[in-house]
Write a protein of this length. Structure first.
Length: 280
């Protein structure tokens, strides 16, 4: 797969359809949790008055959170028309007076000559779904202004990643009846795992908004169908980003283990240390 083909949706899971559905469920509690997730990675005082770009904006929840935390301008881009529509709808309802731009745009077409550079570049759980993860990361990094921040989350590599790559490719191409069966099997295994560790599955689902304001059922669909799929170790991300001219301000790795029911995202707060353009 080359980057030219990644400018279309043909080889991607329909993320936007899922996030358009989720956007209708967004409430004040979800927004507050999204704000909390942003503040974990980016000091609140740096969000205030910042120029902020949300790469792979999905439902628009974190674009809205940035505005609520005081961002002066938010640019939201996504390759999927449904995600762009979801973000436009949410921002028009919740922040009609804010300075916002939503664009149907692949990260592989995003250029600082067109968009400018940003005090904060935010891309959570997106660039590992492009099919060319490191090229996508490099292109996103070029949008960070000197001394600006890059808040990045990528799947952390685990032994189970080989299995999940195959499952996601199968799920993406499967008819809905097969997808429904696979979701049912996954949820049954997930609930059993919770019970084995003494946790209540019902309560887990009810309190799931504490995971960055997300919805459990939309996340299961997103996780199972999230193809293309790549992952990286924390050390690999650290080395790659340092080579691009970034310093590591904070790292939040996932818990150790095989993660048989799915890996998670390691989160990074990165500071661009120089004015030089990131290169391979």
């Amino acid at each position: 797969m080359n980057s030219a083909s990644l400018k279309t949706l043909d080889e991607h899971f329909e993320f936007g359809e899922n996030w358009l559905d989720y956007s209708r469920r967004i409430d004040d509690e979800a927004i507050l949790e999204a704000e909390k997730g942003l503040r974990k990675l980016i000091p609140a005082e740096l969000i205030k008055s910042a120029r902020f770009i949300d790469i792979g904006c999905g439902s628009g929840l974190h674009s809205l959170a940035a505005l609520r935390l005081g961002a002066a301008e938010v640019v939201a881009i996504d390759i999927d028309p449904n995600s762009v529509q979801a973000t436009q709808d949410l921002l028009s309802r919740q922040a009609p007076e804010a300075k916002t731009t939503t664009r149907l745009l692949s990260i592989f077409d995003a250029d600082s000559a067109d968009l400018g550079q940003f005090d904060i570049v935010y891309s959570w759980g997106v660039l590992h779904h492009t099919g060319a993860m490191w090229e996508a990361v490099e292109r996103a990094a070029r949008l960070v202004a000197p001394q600006g921040l890059f808040a990045l989350a990528l799947y952390e590599r685990r032994p189970s990643c080989v299995f999940w790559f195959r499952e996601k490719k199968l799920y993406m191409k499967a008819p809905e009846v097969v997808r429904k069966l696979l979701r049912g099997l996954y949820k049954a295994a997930f609930y059993a795992g919770l019970l084995m560790t003494g946790r209540n599955p019902v309560r887990y689902v009810q309190t799931y908004k504490s995971a960055r304001g997300m919805n459990f059922y939309n996340d299961v669909h997103d996780w199972m169908g999230g193809y293309p799929y790549e992952s990286a170790s924390v050390d690999e991300v650290r080395d790659r980003m340092q080579a691009m001219g970034f310093e590591i301000a904070a790292v939040y790795p996932i818990k150790k283990g095989l993660r048989l029911l799915g890996t998670g995202c390691a989160e990074f707060t990165l500071i661009r240390a120089s004015a030089a353009q990131p290169t391979h």
